[in-house]
Design a protein around this ligand. Sequence first.
Ligand code: 5GP
Length: 192
Amino acid sequence: MSATRQPQVTVLAGPTAVGKGTVSTYIRDNYPDVWLSVSATTREPRPGEQDGVHYYFTDRDEFQRLADTGQMLEWAVVHGRNCYGTIRSKVEEAAEAGKHVLLEIDLQGARQVKASMPEAKFVFLAPPTWEELVRRLTGRGTETPEEQQRRLETAKLELAAESEFDVTIVNDDVERAADELVGLMGLVPHQR
Ligand code: 5GP
């Protein structure tokens, strides 16, 4: 790859509850030219989630096998519970085919990609304010107070990692943030 060529792999990470999933879902639904990586996970599918579309749902043994045989570009235990990982061959094939590859992963995973693929572009999705992040985290209402507290502690550490990234996008509005991201990826954002 020449030094001037646009990197084909973009990594989107950021603190818990900042809205990475919402931004990447918006991109999947509105920007077919973006190749959004489908991760493997050991967590159970949520209602409406399809295997191979939202995740590759695997059991722990299969996940472990993929990790042990070097088939994961990165992987991590997220929120101390389930394993999530990016399947290396799929990302490499898409990048080699010239696709605009987007990985939406957690911070631990982003650090691993940086170690093995430093030419990728690393984008940090930030909340407009800390108060807004707290509101999004607690407003979801799906976690116990203890779990929320644990996630807030994690979020503080995650926010401190912003300087490790090439660029920050503030998630003040999902469509706007998504458009900014696809613009950074070298695509033309939609007119509004
Ligand atoms: P959820 O279970 O809500 O779909 O995702 C939980 C977290 O897992 C999110 O923060 C998401 O960024 C992260 N995640 C999803 N896929 C991957 C992956 O392949 N690798 C890593 N490291 N994190 C992931």
